[in-house]
Design a protein. Structure first.
Length: 103
C-alpha cells in the first residue's frame, strides 16, 4: 500500500486496523488499499502483498526467546566472509520475533 499523500510505502498496524505511513503519518483503514494504490509506468495497478509468505519457509524445533513457542521458520544468510560459515536466522511462527544462530 502506498501513501496517497507522499507516495511512500505504508505499513499495516493490525492492532488499530489501519495502514500507517512512517514518513508523513497518514492513516488509511485496512481494506481500502485498492482505492489508494499506485500505478507503474505502464499504467498497471501495482499490488502490494500484505501477508508474508512465511508458510513456505522451512521450520525447525527451536524455542523462541521472547514467547517460548517451540517452532520457528529459518533461513541461511552469508553475513560474514565467504570463508566463514553462514548465519541461520530464525523467526517465531507465533509472535514473529527474529533471532540469529551463528554456526
Amino acid at each position: 500500500m502506498f501513501c496517497p499523500k507522499c507516495k511512500r510505502l505504508m505499513r499495516p498496524d493490525r492492532a488499530k486496523g489501519v495502514w500507517v505511513c512512517s514518513s508523513c503519518g497518514t492513516r488509511v483503514p485496512l481494506g481500502k488499499g485498492t482505492e489508494v494504490g499506485r500505478s507503474d509506468p505502464q499504467g498497471r495497478h501495482v499490488a502490494v502483498v500484505e501477508e508474508k509468505a512465511a508458510a513456505t519457509l522451512p521450520t525447525a524445533d527451536e524455542v523462541c526467546p521472547k514467547c517460548g513457542n517451540t517452532r520457528a521458520y529459518w533461513v541461511l544468510r552469508q553475513t560474514r566472509g565467504a570463508d566463514e560459515p553462514e548465519t541461520r536466522i530464525f523467526e517465531c511462527t507465533k509472535c514473529g520475533h527474529k533471532w540469529r544462530e551463528y554456526q
